[in-house]
Design a protein around this ligand. Sequence first.
Ligand SMILES: NC(=O)c1ncn([C@@H]2O[C@H](COP(=O)(O)O)[C@@H](O)[C@H]2O)c1NC=O
Length: 510
Amino acid sequence: MKKRVLISVSNKEKITEFAKGLIDLDYDIISTGGTLRTLLDAGLPATAVDEVTGFPEIMDGRVKTLHPSIHGGLLAKRSSTDHMKQLEENGISPIDMVVVNLYPFKQTLEKEGVSQEEIIENIDIGGPTMLRAAAKNYADVTVIVDPADYEDILEAQRQGTLDGNKRQQLAAKVFRHTAHYDALISRYFTEVTEEEFPETFTVTYEKVQTLRYGENPHQQAAFYKNPLNSAGSLATADQLHGKELSFNNIQDANAALEILSEYRDPAAVAVKHMNPCGIGVADTINNAFQKAYEADSISIFGGIVACNREIDNFTAEKLSEIFLEIIIAPGFSKEALEILTKKKNIRLLELEMAEKEATYQKLTTVKGGVLIQDSDAGDIAENDVTVATKRQPSEEELADLLFAWKAVKHVKSNAIVLAKDQQTVGVGAGQMNRIGAASIAIEQAGEKARGAAMASDAFFPMPDTVEAAAKAGVTAIIQPGGSKRDQDSIDVCNEHGIAMVYTSMRHFKH
Ligand SMILES: NC(=O)c1ncn([C@@H]2O[C@H](COP(=O)(O)O)[C@@H](O)[C@H]2O)c1NC=O
């Protein structure tokens, strides 16, 4: 008996060539409406699915292959005499291969101004049902969901290597595909019905690339992207120069983009190990970078710099004088590119900076599970702070306090940032006690601590940090407030004429 293949594809790319190959390998083709027309138009012989089912396609294609004549043919175990007998009794012939790709649900979701009705109509029902049936019965049935596999399948058929192993690999691909497809549908419905933390949590990502290694060379790693909304992220950046990004590059560059999204004026951020080592905001990107560089001219070595304006030749000259892993910007002038591409090892990424992101869900894996929380989109404006001390901050101090507050949000806790004139001058990151972080920031600032603003990501449990700040010459402090011993810190501030403001918002980052 000749083998039978059912072909029902939404994406008709390369399908006639593939069908022709299958006919040459002695397959009979069964096909659905639009696919059948494509094959017949190409002069290829094929039978309509309704001839096989004895039932017309109905409800605008909502029901076409959902029939026992199809699913019996796909699901019968060839090794079971019972199954084979039942096929015969019911006049059903086995189907040996299924070639299906699904209604373009994701592409429909991404369409501008798309209606809910159109989205719903693009949920494929018959396609996944056939794919799943064939994949379940991979021992007897070959299932193909990806046009990229057509040539390989024809070759394997010709070579006689389309064996159980190969069919199981194809089945695994199908189950990944249908799970991904369903995850997008479930995400859409979950968003529409506004359930933030449903009883099960399904996520799906698409592979961008396998990475050379993970955080360390003995760890394997890959980069996957969000299938929707990856605009303004590293997954969509244009790499203009340099070798492939590493795992650590991606983490650091992502941190740089998140920090940069806080600032509207020309800003430059230098990042090391996911902490900012220098941030500068100024009237031009050249001046902003100069500030970011001078903030800590030692730590920037081997770091990542992200800027929110096009890189001009002046900035490029300065950038080219230091060893940097990556430079990210929304653009590079022609001259800047000429200067920077002379450096073989630097990676240049062009990326349209996205608007500051609304809250999104952040996932952190823990042993045995995952923690999910809203991203820290918390922000404050000038009017949101309350002054806790006798002295009010001056206008300049308040501007520096708000600048430092935006920066400290992105520093690993316990975090202290010192800033002056829209430039970080000291960053204390990731210490196990607050005074430790403050000591590092103060020491790094040196003389620049005099007259600087200090930001703390969480309240002061005791007055020691304020005492250290006063001793170093800090004149204004921003912190959440809310410690039982707030008054002790206020007293120290008043004693030294420091202006201290509360944000009533904490920015822990572990
Ligand atoms: N309802 C059904 O029985 C059914 N059977 C197959 N499909 C889908 O119909 C599409 C192909 O349709 P056509 O050959 O008419 O262009 C494929 O994406 C396939 O997955 C169906 N459509 C959606 O559910």
